[in-house]
Design a protein around this ligand. Sequence first.
Ligand SMILES: [Zn+2]
Length: 184
Amino acid sequence: MVEPRVYTRAEWRALPPTTTIRYLDRQPDHIVVHHTAGDNTTDYSLAAAFRHSRWIQDLHMANGWGDSGQQLTISRGGYVMEGRRYSLRAIYERQHVSGVQTANHNDHTIGIENEGIYVTATVPTALFNSLVTTCAWLCQTYGLDPYAAIVGHRDYVSTTVCPGDRLYARLPELRQRVAAVLAA
Ligand SMILES: [Zn+2]
């Protein structure tokens, strides 16, 4: 079983949600890749990753989403963190927490927010490597085919540039690398 080290909400000191979390007795069938559209920081530390998770939570709560919208977050330093409450538990139980990350598709998709903005910027190697491991873990857990399951936000919502042209262009490579991990 491939599994990334996922830092919990307690570790990054999340605020409690201000909404009821919808815990669904079903599995997600797609993995949606996002970028956070925040700064492309050169601080690759764990402390910076935790700050970023708190920043996203604040932003999403200000949007009225009651908590972080995404289920998982990956920092530019490659640290993987739990997003919305119960996301980690749901993965371990092969169920799903409905997020707020892909309009009209939240009940069947699990979202990964990747720190930074990748319209023109290069995706950091540490981030991409963690994205491979995280997607492999999710595909293995839920029995998903990476070639069918891994999509970009813009594949569902045509009005967004998310996850940016540079990260979006690497989705074929992501699917191939995840498939290679699963085959190993
Ligand atoms: Zn997005």
